[in-house]
Ligand binder design. Structure first.
Ligand code: AMP
Length: 206
């Protein structure tokens, strides 16, 4: 099964994608993680992506689509995958349809008023775990792997404003795109705890 996870920044896509991937044995592919790894390693793609990510804008489609198309040819993608953060506009969705078969689009709906606080209070670990400062009780390391927690460079109010804008103008139209294809399932209360949201997703996947 090949699943797309849709939702605004801070909706919990990464958290849910990890949970779904683990339970259903699906490969988790996050374009944001791929870009961040490239930035860390100082690659050409990383250098290009950084300016867009810092501005809360989308990395150019040709670059992003090529990365995903290549990644889907790896053996570990053969048993199904979960795309987290791709596609992010109609062009990417149409490109994806040319090189992959999408079975389901899960749209995580979260009250927009909560997103800024969720993102700006987010602390992440290199292993993929993500936390909110209000539940960390001062801890600075990851409960799962012991790694040092840090704040993503683009998790600041100015960039988040731009990312939300980008989501509303470019990504939200995908809801309609997948609805028309009969592939959309909406997680209605994404405001819940990660486990509550995951329970809803499991129901949908049944
Ligand atoms: P994320 O980790 O999904 O929040 O993505 C972080 C940033 O990476 C986004 O704000 C974009 O700048 C960039 N990015 C991630 N996925 C895509 C994509 N599918 N298309 C273009 N840019 C992307």
């Amino acid at each position: 099964m090949n699943i797309i996870l849709l939702g605004a920044p801070g909706a919990g896509k990464g958290t849910q994608a990890s949970k779904i991937a683990a339970k259903y044995n699906l490969l988790h592919i996050s374009t944001g993680d791929i870009f961040r790894a490239n930035i860390k390693n100082g690659t050409e793609i990383g250098k290009l992506a950084k300016s867009y990510i810092d501005a809360g804008k989308l990395v150019p489609d040709e670059v992003t689509c090529k990365i995903v198309e290549d990644r889907l040819t790896w053996d570990d993608a053969k048993n199904g995958y979960m795309l987290d953060g791709f596609p992010r506009n109609l062009f990417q969705a149409k490109e994806l349809d040319k090189f992959a078969k999408v079975d389901l689009c899960l749209n995580i709906n979260v009250d927009e008023g909560l997103l800024m606080d969720r993102i700006c209070g987010r602390r992440v670990c290199a292993c993929g775990e993500s936390y909110h400062i209000t539940t960390l009780n001062g801890a600075t390391t990851c409960a799962k792997c012991g790694g040092e927690l840090y704040q993503r460079a683009d998790d600041n109010p100015e960039t988040v404003k731009s990312r939300l804008d980008t989501y509303n103008t470019q990504t939200a139209p995908l809801i309609d795109y997948y609805q028309k294809q009969g592939k959309l399932a909406t997680v209605t209360s994404g405001e819940g705890s990660p486990d509550e949201v995951f329970a809803q997703i499991v129901k949908i996947l049944k």
